[in-house]
Design a protein around this ligand. Structure first.
Ligand code: AHR
Length: 306
């Protein structure tokens, strides 16, 4: 059995409720906390029994949790894979047990016949939107613009895809130069630590692009502690748009945020019900998202849900 399983409600065995086993990445960011809340709340509203397991950002914990769900004969398995590779064996086991799998938030590189659908953002598009802001902001630049990139968890879909989309778009202007690019594992603490080191090694930094708000917030502290003004001396572009990020943006410490919505719970529960009823679902369900500049963040903040 999986030691970290936390049963978040439901009436247990014997109930006629649909049982969903969900393996979450962890609690690494504000985004992730909001995503977990959304899934738990939506399961409650939809009357679905949720078996929730937190993998603490470790693939082996996710594989153990999925195996435990198979053993418990849950109706549907949902999971947000920490990394892209290494899922074939466990997905084949779920298929052999005739338990449908729904991916949320992050993709895998396995054969698509091993899962029913993938609900989540287009991370390449998010990276492109961040890059486009830089292209527009520095369209008249006559000198090199030095950029630091803080990447997400190594091998994760958002880290791979955001980097790809971003670098593709900024490639249109040879003045836009990524002088350093390193993983901060999507956490605030790592974002700060890596930024401290990168600021020591790179004297002339103009822009920070962080793959999520939390790393951007950690890096913001490093910038302030280095005696520089975030949002002015070093411009900051991030992805997510959670409350703390939006607060920094509305205070002028961030310059731009590309939204990545964590509110996937309702879509997940609707999909689980359809799958259980034997209905066909779209193979890819893309989340609708926007972008925020400082003025838009000020407007949106009072009613922001997460
Ligand atoms: O997979 C989504 C990403 O994971 C979010 O952008 C980040 O904050 C989270 O940890």
């Amino acid at each position: 059995a999986c030691g970290s399983d936390k049963d978040s409600g439901g009436s247990g065995s014997g109930s006629s409720k649909i049982v969903l086993g969900f393996s979450q990445v962890g609690a690494e960011s504000g985004w992730r906390t909001a995503n977990t809340k959304s899934i738990q709340a939506s399961a409650g509203t939809a009357g679905i029994e949720l078996k929730f397991s937190d993998a603490q950002q470790k693939q082996e914990n996710q594989i153990a949790a999925i195996r435990s769900f198979i053993k418990q004969k849950v109706d549907v398995i949902g999971f947000s894979p920490v990394v892209v590779t290494g899922w074939d064996a466990v997905l084949k086991e779920a298929k052999a047990a005739k338990i449908p799998v729904v991916l949320t938030d992050r993709a895998v590189d396995s054969d698509p016949s091993l899962y029913v659908t993938f609900i989540g953002s287009d991370f390449v598009e998010e990276g492109k939107k961040a890059g486009q802001w830089l292209v527009d902001e520095y369209k008249d630049a006559k000198e090199p613009v030095n950029i630091i990139q803080l990447e997400g968890t190594v091998g994760s879909a958002p880290a791979i895809d955001r980097k790809k989309g971003f670098e593709e778009v900024i490639g249109s202007n040879p003045n836009l130069k990524v002088v350093a690019s390193q993983s901060g594992d999507f956490t605030r603490a790592k974002g700060k630590e890596v930024m401290q080191a990168l600021l020591k090694a790179n004297k002339d930094v103009d822009v920070l692009f962080a793959h999520n708000d939390d790393m951007g917030l950690g890096a913001m502290q490093a910038i302030e502690e280095a005696g520089l003004t975030p949002g002015k001396d070093i411009k900051i572009v991030t992805i997510d748009a959670v409350k703390d990020g939006m607060t920094a943006l509305s205070e002028g410490k961030f310059n731009y945020i590309v939204e990545c919505s964590p509110l996937l719970g309702d879509q997940l529960m609707a999909t689980v019900k359809k799958v259980k009823a034997g209905e066909t679902v779209e193979k890819r369900i893309v989340t609708v998202e926007t972008v925020f500049d400082q003025a838009k963040a000020k407007e949106a903040l009072p009613t922001r849900q997460y």
